[in-house]
Design a protein around this ligand. Structure first.
Ligand code: FAD
Ligand code: DHB
Length: 392
């Protein structure tokens, strides 16, 4: 079966879903092709901290109602090291800016529901999605669904299909440059229905390794500890996780921590990765399809939103005014912001984790930098303005 639409969006993660809603509201016809089932996409536990820019994108997509009702607004974060905890007052340091804690799963659910309500078309369990001829004027995408072959002719293909997606892989090697840093550790994450240990996020630097206390609601906690990348989940029964987490926190947090059975447990490797450029003729990349940040600064999901901010402006200009100029500028505009978030995430990762090769000297340098950070308004302002998100 073959038909024509204006845009094909590959991937129904946050990037693809936000783009699809903005195009729909601008009167541009787009179809989402997603390899997985809707339930599978909704079951993936990932990020949880939204910058104000991301919240504004969800408002533009007309699906921020539940976020405003249920999201937790945080005006500060906490750094724990040397047995003490220090608060970084994000709001005071950034003229009143804040972040909102609201799970990526909920963002995705809200976007999917809005799309269904507005009559947008998404094809789930689309197999062998393949972009074709995007270097010419007649690109198309093929896929299989329900035993049949399908073809969508279009003007633009948006690759919003994450790090392992097909869009970036379809680009000839000579046309793309990649930059990568792989870290020698991962994050073991646990979700549990227990009251969070603190009402704000705690990032902990400890000689045994990094730990992070976050949350999804007032009754659901999300905690992480740094582990060697080759670690196996089966070696981490709940009790071992709780003992390890507590041992890396300040005494007050360790003592007041409420523990309970995990409802999800996973290990995520840490990586910094950027592909350049983001446009190849009629194919554009956005979100994790183009870049991965180390998660320490909570930037991954937020970068997907900023890419879509630039991309949807470019696509509206392209479809409404026939102008290619904004599309030509997309890659440069988006990447300028991506690299700043890349740098911040890399810096925060380097500051907070144990690296196998830096030893006791590395630990001392980190503690000195942390002490400087919490005592200098200049240094904590720099952290705060990056954490709440640089302007789009
Ligand atoms: P994705 O959410 O990856 O969506 C891409 C979609 O494309 C997926 O639904 C996928 O199934 C689909 N797809 C892939 N290949 C194909 C194909 N061939 N055909 C059709 N569809 C395809 N960020 C943070 O800020 N904090 C965190 O704590 C954090 N934790 C994370 C934990 C994990 C395990 C992972 C993987 C990521 C984490 N991130 C975190 C990053 C954050 O979740 C991502 O940056 C965000 O999901 C990016 O959104 P996206 O829409 O670009 O990509
Ligand atoms: C969470 C994830 C992060 O990467 C981070 O820096 C802060 C919080 C979270 O999952 O809640």
């Amino acid at each position: 079966m073959s038909r024509r639409v204006q845009a094909v969006i590959i991937g129904s993660g946050p990037a693809g879903l936000i783009l699809s809603q903005l195009l729909l509201h601008a009167g541009i016809e787009a179809v989402i092709l997603e390899r997985r089932s809707q339930d599978h996409v909704l079951g993936r536990i990932r990020a949880g901290v939204l910058e104000q820019g991301m919240v504004e994108m969800l408002e533009r997509a007309q699906c921020a109602q539940r976020l405003h009702a249920e999201g937790l607004v945080h005006g500060g974060i906490n750094l724990a090291f040397g047995g003490e905890r220090h608060r970084i007052d994000l709001a005071t340091l950034t003229d009143g800016k804040h972040v909102t804690v609201y799970g990526q799963t909920e963002v995705t659910r809200d976007l999917m529901e809005a799309r269904a309500h507005d009559g947008g078309e998404s094809v789930y369990e689309a197999a062998d999605v393949t972009p074709h001829d995007f270097d010419g004027d007649h690109p198309y995408v093929t896929y299989r669904k329900g035993g049949a072959e399908h073809r969508l002719d279009c003007d633009i293909i948006a690759g919003c299909d994450g790090f392992h997606g097909i869009a970036r892989q379809s680009v000839p090697e000579a046309a793309i440059t990649t930059y990568e840093r792989i870290y020698p550790f991962g994050w073991l994450g646990v979700m549990a229905d227990v009251r969070p240990v603190n009402d704000e996020i705690i990032y902990a630097n400890h000689p045994k390794g990094f730990a992070l206390c976050s949350m999804r609601s007032k009754t659901r906690s999300r905690y992480y500890v740094q582990v060697p990348v080759e670690e196996k989940l089966e070696d981490w029964p709940d009790q071992r996780f709780w003992d390890e987490l507590r041992s890396r926190l300040d005494p007050q947090a360790a003592e007041s921590m409420i523990i309970g059975p995990s409802i999800e447990k996973s290990i995520a490797p840490l990586r910094s990765f950027v592909a350049e450029p983001l446009r190849f003729g009629r194919l554009v990349l956005a979100g994790d399809a183009a870049h991965i940040v180390a998660p320490t600064g909570a930037k991954g999901l937020n970068l997907a939103a900023s890419d879509i901010y630039y991309l949807h402006e470019a696509l509206v200009a392209y479809f409404k005014d026939g102008s290619d100029a904004a599309l030509a500028a997309y890659s440069g505009r988006a990447l300028a912001r991506v690299w700043k978030a890349m740098r911040f995430s890399w810096w925060m990762t380097a500051l907070m984790h144990r690296f196998p090769d830096t030893g006791a000297f590395g630990q001392k340098i980190q503690e000195a930098e942390l002490a400087y950070l919490v005592s200098s308004t200049a240094a904590s302002t720099s952290l705060a303005e990056n954490y709440v998100g640089l302007p789009f």
